[in-house]
Design a protein around this ligand. Structure first.
Ligand code: BG6
Length: 501
């Protein structure tokens, strides 16, 4: 296992939720697993006035385990108050960083993590550059930028332009935490390390591809942000399209950042644009309304705090689209995501074509109930294959059965959090699991016409769905014929009559 060179991680927006809930616990876990070098430090930076001790105390609450290890870890954490728009404060911060480095004998390797409100994504990198903290002559200087990367195509292009004035592309790490998920990376392994899948992974054998990411939670106090975003920007533009990239890409020549990102880019370039006249048949948007879940009254989206009571923001999107290339021509891809759905689950369903001749129809087997390969991203991470088997006994009665693998069955394996993996990769200079400039812009380019149509054409419906249901029933109409979405349960292999939600 490679260990990064000694470094300082500087977290901007350190008083926010992400720092205490995800970033510090991830760095702590890397420390506990001996994946960080002997010399490293973390400097939390934000507007809030705090001392090092006060900041450490706040972070302590979010660390599990051993008191002695936690104390060693917390001693490597420092804090600096800053006014983000004041150049003097960056110079002051630079001095502080130099002091910390000389105390701990760390060269000028810096990872700057922007976990601030997005309106600062232009300002902080520019100010860092003015304080001479972008030059790599004396050590690496890398930027991690949290989502949202732009609010539309134009702002994403302009943000890229502004960053690239002072930084090289290989210094910029646009984070998409879905790419940090173990099971998303395993997609590449499933496809390219096994001789059995790749030969059938194309239009000749696959009838359709379905990707669902359901959440049972609502906006959870983030109404102000979410109401200006919506499910298309919040989940589809980034996480789900990146998953599409992994499912649909050609085999990369090598497992290296650019080789993989070239292939993802080729998929995005092949996405067939959805025309205005196709929109209502290919994209369904919804918003949850009040309902009763397990006897509890649950408010509708418009009643959430921070949300406009007349809001037209979508909390659910289902869409159908095509990838016009050699491998996928004619195969529909379906994407679905929403808040306040019955359960939290993200999975990919590869539905294979049925056999050409239906030998067992007479025995009551619906041969259109074809083979499905289900790749579960979360929870109960694993893989499920559905196929027909003969019922023991006379005749030829066929039943659909499951063959399933669960990550939890690999003893002693704890899946690392996405942030652990991504922070470590960035410290090692490996950008494979980060979005490149062109892929981010291409993803925006695909969804921008849909967002524009929604904003400008008030005749496009937004369907209500009661909180706790699978979204508007109109989303079923996207799929032709008798077939519907797979309605997954918490446990990968549970289906049929019984379903634990
Ligand atoms: C975030 C979105 O990027 O991803 C949230 O802003 C969403 O709205 C979250 O809840 C989902 O991530 P996960 O890892 O829980 O599937």
């Amino acid at each position: 296992m490679n260990i990064p060179n000694p470094h300082v991680i500087v977290i901007f927006g350190a008083s926010g939720d992400l720092t205490k809930r995800k970033l510090i616990p991830a760095i702590h876990q890397l420390f506990v697993n001996h994946l960080l070098p002997g010399s490293f430090a973390v400097l939390g930076v934000s507007r809030t006035e705090l001392t090092d001790e006060e900041f450490r105390k706040r972070m302590m609450e979010f660390l599990p385990g051993n008191e002695e290890t936690n104390t060693q870890f917390l001693n490597k954490i420092y804090y600096e108050t800053i006014d983000y728009e004041l150049q003097d404060d960056y110079n002051k911060m630079h001095n502080r960083l130099q002091n910390i480095r000389s105390l701990l004998n760390i060269p000028a390797n810096y990872l700057f993590y922007l976990s601030t409100p997005p309106n600062l994504y232009n300002i902080v990198p520019e100010m860092l550059a003015l304080a001479d903290l972008n030059s790599q002559s004396d050590g690496f200087k890398r930027l991690i930028i949290e989502k949202p990367f732009g609010n539309n195509l134009a702002s994403a292009i302009s943000l890229n332009f502004s960053l690239l004035k002072n930084y090289e592309e290989n210094q910029i790490y646009r984070i998409d935490h879905y790419l940090g998920k173990e099971t998303v990376q395993n997609l590449m392994v499933t496809r390219f390390a096994n001789g059995i899948f790749e030969p059938v992974w194309n239009r000749n054998f696959i009838e359709r591809v379905e990707i669902s990411s359901a959440e049972s939670l609502g906006v959870e106090g983030r109404g102000g942000y979410y109401d200006n975003s919506g499910a298309m920007r919040d989940m589809v533009q980034n996480h789900l399209l990146q998953v599409v990239g992994m499912v649909a890409m050609e085999p990369p020549v090598v497992i290296e950042a650019d080789a993989i990102r070239h292939e993802v880019m080729k998929v995005f370039q092949s996405l067939r644009p959805i025309k205005p006249e196709e929109l209502q048949h290919q994209v369904i948007r919804g918003q949850y309304t009040a309902s009763t879940i397990k006897g509890q009254l649950v408010p509708g989206y418009r009643e959430e705090s921070g949300v406009d009571p007349d809001s037209h923001t979508e909390t659910f999107v289902a869409m159908k689209f095509y990838i016009d290339n050699w491998r996928w021509t004619g195969v529909p891809f379906f994407i679905r995501t929403g808040k306040k759905l019955p359960t939290r689950v993200t999975e990919i369903v590869i539905e294979f074509k049925p056999t050409p001749h239906h030998l067992f129809d007479k025995s009551g087997f619906d041969q259109h109930k074809s083979n499905q390969l289900i790749i579960r991203i979360q929870p109960d991470e694993g893989i499920l294959l559905k196929f027909g088997m003969k019922e023991p006994g006379a005749g030829f009665r066929v039943n659909q059965v499951n063959m399933d693998f669960h990550y939890s069955s690999i003893a002693d394996i704890q899946l690392p959090s996405a942030y652990e993996r991504l922070l470590l990769d960035c410290l090692l200079g490996d950008a494979t699991l980060f979005s490149r400039r062109d892929t981010v812009e291409a993803a925006w380019n695909f969804i921008q016409p849909i967002l524009d149509a929604w904003a400008n054409d008030s005749s496009i419906p937004i369907y209500g769905y009661p909180a706790g249901t699978w979204g508007p029933y109109q989303s079923d109409d996207l799929i032709d014929g008798e077939k519907t979405w797979r309605y997954p349960c918490k446990n990968l292999a549970d289906d049929g009559l019984y379903c634990e939600l």
